[in-house]
Design a protein around this ligand. Structure first.
Ligand code: VGL
Ligand code: ZN
Length: 209
């Protein structure tokens, strides 16, 4: 697989709260960082996303009386998983992991900042219809293929790759540059959805060798 100037590396949510010790720690989450650092020099374009929630965000369990984290609730746009408070705007947990060093990144896209709607994908909020603007940004800059890495494989990474396909971009997920939360089989389920959508899940060695 040859990387060209119409490819972009989409680095999803490599933030303290998704790394060991964080509020919604993804097992081994910080292990993605060295892999991302090895991949970065291959790309002319890099974009970072940052989960960026208001303090009483509707995706937080504490905002729903009687509900615990990792339960689900019915909301206007369907079913929403409830999470521990994480990536609250302006907090240390919302900062990028201190080891992540990608000063060449062209854009930091914040998402999940609207109090009443969650946003896993970098392209659409969880109603799957409200755009973040990223599709237009990439199109205007002649990007045609997105390589998704970061946290978490089975939520923000997979949804971003699936929505990229929906918008007509090619999308690839780099498995070893990502780690999963794996809630109730979500990792296996998302692998199947990616396959169905025509999103290859590759290993970084396929690009680096
Ligand atoms: C994420 C759950 C809640 C993610 C963000 O980055 O995958 N997952 N917020
Ligand atoms: Zn979140």
């Amino acid at each position: 697989m040859q990387i060209t100037s119409s490819d972009i590396l989409l680095v999803i949510d490599v933030q303290n709260d998704f790394c060991p010790g964080g509020a919604l720690a993804v097992p081994d989450g910080d292990a993605v960082i060295p892999v991302i650092h090895r991949l970065a020099p291959l790309f002319d374009h890099i974009l970072l996303t940052q989960d960026w929630h208001s303090p009483h965000h509707a995706s937080f369990a504490h905002a729903h009386a009687g509900k615990q984290a990792f339960e689900t609730v019915a909301v206007s746009y369907g079913e929403q998983t409830l999470w521990p408070d994480h990536c609250v705007q302006g907090t240390r947990g919302a900062e990028f992991h201190p080891d992540l060093s990608l000063p060449q990144a062209e854009l930091v896209l914040r998402k999940g900042f609207r109090p009443h709607i969650d946003s896993y994908s970098a392209f659409f909020e969880n109603d799957r219809t409200t755009p973040t603007g990223l599709g237009g940004y990439l199109r205007e800059r002649n990007i045609s293929r997105v390589f998704a890495v970061g946290l978490a494989f089975d939520y923000c990474v997979a949804y971003s790759a699936l929505d990229a396909r929906t918008l007509g971009f090619e999308a690839v997920v780099i498995r070893d540059a990502s780690r999963a939360i794996d809630l109730n089989g979500s990792a296996t389920r998302m692998e199947a959805e990616l396959a169905r959508a025509g999103v290859p899940v590759i290993n970084s060695t396929q690009l680096l060798d």
